[in-house]
Ligand binder design. Structure first.
Ligand code: 3AI
Length: 333
């Protein structure tokens, strides 16, 4: 089987990307954030207090003839940005891009933190990291991808995110028309439950390539590209009047500045993904006439995150084991 679903930026800064998901019988529609940086499929629900809702679609299990509560099961998740949610667990029919997962764990939120409440465009998340970090307790559940994987023509999904335009998540196949050149594969370390990999280095504009192992995760659910301080400083030192503005929360640049491209190395054949300078500016920073940089420090998090700023410059293959061990494929587009 194969699936294909359109994913759309929730605002002009490409802060996050939503895609349509149907849950239950009859189908209840949702706009969910597909997140390769976590492994819980959770939705706003009839259990979510009304003062924690802000127009989101809500899942009502009692209105679905195929919903079954997983008694005694609950979930509770925290994210790197300090947000969190928790609740109860049902199994129900979940359909994404023509692919149907019967008996998928649907995590209904009985509480969500403020940043989820205020993001009215997003009704929840579809976790696409490894099921080993799914938070359902006492019986851990599988991600949508792991649930449907046996039915897929190939155990892969791909992300093709775009700047201020609809993109695509495909399941079970690689669309050769969606990228240019060849796909460079690199091994994945999933020991922490993420799509972890090591980039071979970086290049600012047309400067020399800097060889430096940068270990991080491919995270479609994170907006920014979060890398070590030496990389971030090398980039912004080449931008006039860039400044690390704590009140803005990181590096800002003058909004009218044309920014250098940023490239990062993948695989061992010298392949690079190049983020055009225009995509390194996330728009007004909220302080002065400065704009917020798409590259920021991973400093305090402890892991580097190749979020949407990086991923939207590439066609990315999340391959859970078509060749044995999991791997990430990277192609330009
Ligand atoms: C503070 C929590 C730490 C980071 C850790 N949690 C995680 O790693 C979780 C699974 N993943 C995340 O917090 C991050 C990756 C952090 S790097 C380890 N990815 C998912 C995040 N972007 C989802 C999101 C989407 C929209 C709005 C907000 C959040 C834990 O539970 O220990």
């Amino acid at each position: 089987a194969k699936g294909s679903v359109v994913t759309t930026p929730i605002n002009s800064e490409d802060e996050a990307y939503d895609a349509p998901v149907s849950i239950g019988t009859p189908a209840q529609p949702f706009n969910l954030d597909f997140d390769t940086g976590s492994s819980d499929l959770w939705v706003f629900s009839s259990l979510t207090p009304s003062n924690e809702r802000n127009g989101q679609n809500i899942y009502t299990a009692s209105r679905s003839s195929t919903a079954k509560q997983l008694s005694g099961e609950s979930w509770k998740i925290s994210y790197g940005d300090g947000s969190s949610s928790s609740g109860l667990v049902y199994s129900d029919v979940v359909t994404i891009g023509g692919l149907t997962a019967a008996g998928q764990a649907v995590e209904a939120a009985s509480r969500v933190s403020q940043s989820f409440t205020s993001e009215s465009a997003t009704d929840g998340l579809v976790g696409l990291a490894f099921s080993s970090i799914n938070t359902v307790s006492p019986d851990q559940q599988t991600t949508f991808f792991d649930t449907v994987k046996p039915s897929l023509a190939s155990p892969v999904f791909t992300a093709d995110l775009k700047h201020q335009a609809p993109g695509t998540y495909n399941f079970g196949f690689i669309d050769k028309s969606a990228f240019t050149g060849s796909i460079t594969y690199t091994p994945v370390d999933n020991s922490q439950g993420f799509w972890g990999f090591t980039s071979t280095g970086f290049q600012v504009g047309n400067n020399d390539f800097q060889q430096e192992s940068i270990t991080g995760i491919a995270d479609t659910g994170t907006t920014l590209l979060l890398l070590p301080d030496d990389v971030v400083n090398a980039y912004y030192s080449s931008v006039n009047n860039a400044q690390n503005d704590q009140s803005a929360g990181g590096f800002t640049v003058p909004c009218d500045t044309s920014l250098p491209d940023f490239s990062f190395g993948v695989g061992n054949n010298g392949a690079m993904i190049t983020i055009p300078g225009s995509l390194m500016n996330l728009g007004p920073s909220g302080s002065g006439n400065s704009c917020f940089g798409g590259l920021q420090s991973s400093g305090t998090i402890g892991t580097n995150i190749f979020g949407d700023v990086a991923l939207k410059a590439a066609f990315v293959v999340f391959d859970s084991g078509s060749q044995g061990q999991p791997q990430l494929g990277w192609a330009s587009k």
